[in-house]
Ligand binder design. Structure first.
Ligand SMILES: Cc1ncc(COP(=O)(O)O)c(C=O)c1O
Length: 243
């Protein structure tokens, strides 16, 4: 018999009625998880959520209701589909390099958006004020980490980009800031909310150097007068900790 909250597909085929009745007061549900995609590329279509809902209802009516399991809670853990399309990473172009390839270097990095560098994922990029310019330049759009896979785009057709331009990286509302890190001393950015009235509210401040060092505690090292061998007091202190 599955415990409260445990997925139901373990052997619930047998002995339906008794399971069903006991399930009702056990507050049992089915969690369908997350994983509903979003259209990262302009030519892609969003998932038809109403159609998905109709499919889930059809399975529910075909499998759950005839087996006496109704009412059964159905849960979804949608992340990307809820927040993904509504986040943008706005970054400034700090560098340009034209060698055997054309590179533009941003002030953002994988610490702000890991997906392109980690999965080779596509995120659409636009250049405010140049949306209608011909996209006749090919660039690698790189981040500011000392890592060669810190790239937001490779061989991407874009309008001519100049140092100082802003670029907007789309669909970063999921698996973006939340996957951030402080490697290379990178401090995570502020998050701003664009309100329906066009106003902007900062909902998360940018990290500071103090934040970066906040969890470091050297206080136990203050008595180390150049002698790295632990003194009796240190040994007693640490053996006390170990007990
Ligand atoms: C347990 C679990 N539930 C839900 C989600 C959300 O998935 P998505 O953002 O693809 O909807 C994740 C994503 O990693 C997950 O690990």
């Amino acid at each position: 018999m599955p415990e409260a909250g445990q997925d139901l597909h373990h052997g619930h085929e047998r002995d339906q009625t008794s399971h069903g009745n006991r399930l009702h007061h056990k507050n049992i549900g089915v969690n369908l998880g997350g994983g509903v995609g979003i259209p990262y590329r302009p030519e892609e279509e969003p998932v038809d959520l109403p159609a998905l809902g109709r499919e889930i209802r059809a399975v529910y009516e075909a499998r759950i209701m005839p087996n006496g399991l109704h009412p059964l809670k159905i849960a979804l853990e949608l992340g990307r589909a809820i927040t993904g399309p509504y986040g943008y990473l706005v970054s400034r172009v700090l560098h340009k390099k034209e060698t055997y390839k054309n590179y533009v270097g941003l002030d953002a990095s994988m610490a702000n958006l890991m997906r392109p560098g980690m999965y080779g994922a596509y995120h659409h990029i636009t250049v405010p004020g140049k949306e209608d310019w011909p996209h006749d330049q090919v660039y690698d759009v790189t981040g500011s980490l000392c890592e060669n896979n810190d790239k937001f785009a490779i061989d991407r057709w874009l309008p001519r980009i100049d140092v100082g331009d802003l670029v907007v990286i789309h669909d970063t509302g999921a698996h973006g800031h939340s996957m951030g890190f402080n490697y290379n001393g990178k401090l995570r950015s502020a998050e701003l909310l664009l309100r329906p009235d066009g106003g902007v509210t900062m909902i998360r401040r940018a990290e500071t150097v103090e934040d970066y060092f906040r969890t470091i505690d050297f206080s136990q090292l203050e008595n180390m007068d150049g002698d790295s061998r632990p003194s009796e007091r240190h040994i007693s202190q640490y053996t006390a900790v170990g007990k």
